[in-house]
Ligand binder design. Structure first.
Ligand code: SF4
Length: 475
């Protein structure tokens, strides 16, 4: 599929600000009529890129005069930002959208919009058109920057709107953003993917790889660092390809070096890396820069070379192992994590054993494991030899058992040691505790108070289990 990369012009972005002003007049009128400010509820499914996109949706909505609400029942505008990576996430988004029908019945002026990867697929767009008549507007991932225009039009034309652009992959700057955190920021450095792994819909729904200009990224981080932000996570489907489309020699390692030269006390994370593009230069950069966390998320997906070829991953298990060995040699105490798929079409029990073998050889800190889920129109979904659910579940359970034991052993090595963590907030599982993460993204529970949130602290680890560590703050 040939797609153009389109840089959205400053004039086009200014036009969106004009739509935001028009919408502001409209929400002011709604405020006067209702006696309270209209509210927006943004619901996000999927990956960090979607969370980052939702922060822009919220930012534009706030600029248009809405206030944020966590409860859809109070909302005057609901935007569902969907994911297409697994069927489960799609069905969940559709089910929740179904529940909004009753809200619309109670409040005729409620606007409901759906965006993101799921609705960028033709068959899902048709589903929404035909089966969810109370959804007012839809826009694909390439149309995010036109959200103010689409919402304005939805009010003016009083008809359902469906906006897609499958011919181009857009890149834009300068839209308002409402960050969820006051100390951690998602920074998209590039969008899209050119890799076409045979199981993945991302290249179809997010378009071709395109990189933001370094100056735009650096300016944004500089500004946030001045505000005291403590962690920047650089996002891209394949960050190691950053810069290839810029027509210069500047690459992802150069970008990391320039970010580290910015004043401030902060950590830099990034995801996701593709093993075929992760270079020794990148590993050397991580090793030498103190601000870059000593953590590499490097998805290997399968430990068997025949399965890797079927997945179209373009590396083999030997090359992968050499790369992580280089990382272990160069980066002291590096934390390694990975994504793994079990039950890919035709995968045999013996081939699955190769995946377990890779876990044991590398000793990952943790892995995100997924049961293979066929995605419509991808090559893997059409392959013969789909694995029965029961076999997939058994392999999944075995993989968890092997990895959990490795994680527990690695965590227990921390007991008695003092580590630096960034405190994120109250624990979700224990009301009396606060939680943070170390540079390897491991969860640490501590006793503390609100004054620690958003701060780096040193913690002596007292106890560790598979999923978290427990420690005492060292003053
Ligand atoms: S690298 Fe492969 S798995 Fe990752 S987004 Fe691209 S196509 Fe999907």
């Amino acid at each position: 599929m040939e797609e153009k990369i389109v840089n959205i012009s400053q004039e086009d972005i200014e036009r969106q600000y004009e739509y935001m002003s028009l919408m502001k007049e409209r929400t002011n009128a709604i405020s006067l009529e209702k006696g309270c400010t209209p509210k927006v509820h943004v619901l996000t499914f999927g990956c960090q890129q979607n969370e980052a996109d939702s922060e822009y949706i919220a930012g534009m909505a706030l600029e248009m005069g809405y206030e944020k609400t966590d409860t859809p029942e109070n909302a005057d505008l609901i935007v569902v930002n969907t994911c297409a990576v697994r069927e489960h996430a799609e069905l969940k988004a559709l089910s929740i959208t179904g529940q909004f029908k009753h809200l619309k019945a109670k409040n005729r002026s409620l606007k409901i919009g759906i965006c993101g990867c799921m609705v960028t697929q033709e068959h899902r767009k048709d589903d929404i058109k035909n089966k969810y008549p109370y959804v007012d507007f839809l826009f694909g991932t390439n149309m995010l920057w036109r959200f103010p225009e689409i919402l304005n039009e939805s009010f003016e034309r009083k008809k359902r709107l469906f906006y897609f652009d499958h011919e181009s992959s857009n890149i834009w700057e300068g839209l308002p953003v409402k960050r969820e955190s006051g100390f951690k920021a998602w920074i998209s450095v590039m969008y899209g993917c050119n890799n076409f792994c045979s199981y993945c819909v991302v290249p179809y729904v997010r378009g071709r790889e395109r990189s933001r200009q370094p100056k735009d990224i650096l300016r944004q981080i500089e500004c946030l660092a001045k505000q005291g932000y403590k962690e920047f996570t650089l996002l891209g489907q394949n960050v190691n390809s950053y810069g290839k489309d810029l027509g210069t020699e500047y690459d992802f390692s150069d970008l990391l070096n320039d970010i580290c030269a910015i004043d401030g006390d902060f950590w830099v994370r990034f995801m996701t890396s593709h093993p075929k593009d992760a270079s020794k230069k990148l590993i050397d950069t991580i090793a030498k820069q103190d601000k870059i966390v000593k953590h590499l998320h490097l998805p290997f997906q399968a430990g068997n070379d025949r399965v890797l070829r079927l997945m179209n991953r373009k590396y083999d298990s030997k090359g992968y192992f050499e790369l992580v060995s280089y990382a272990k040699e160069k980066i002291e105490n590096v934390g390694l994590t990975s994504d793994v798929i079990v039950g890919f079409p035709t995968e045999t029990d013996e081939e699955f054993e190769d995946t377990l073998e890779m876990l044991r050889k590398v000793e990952f800190d943790s892995v995100y494991s997924f049961i293979y889920s066929p995605r419509k129109d991808t090559p893997a979904a059409k392959m013969e030899g789909q694995i029965p659910d029961e076999t997939k579940k058994k392999r999944f359970a075995k993989l968890l058992e092997v990895q959990n034991s490795i994680t527990k052993d690695l965590n227990s090595e921390y007991v008695g040691k003092t580590i630096k963590i960034l405190v994120e907030g109250k624990s979700k599982t224990d009301d009396d505790k606060y939680t943070g993460r170390n540079d390897k993204n491991r969860l640490v529970h501590i006793d503390g108070d609100d004054s620690l949130v958003g701060q780096f602290v040193n913690v002596k680890i007292d106890k560790a289990d598979t999923f978290a560590m427990y420690g005492t703050v060292i003053k």
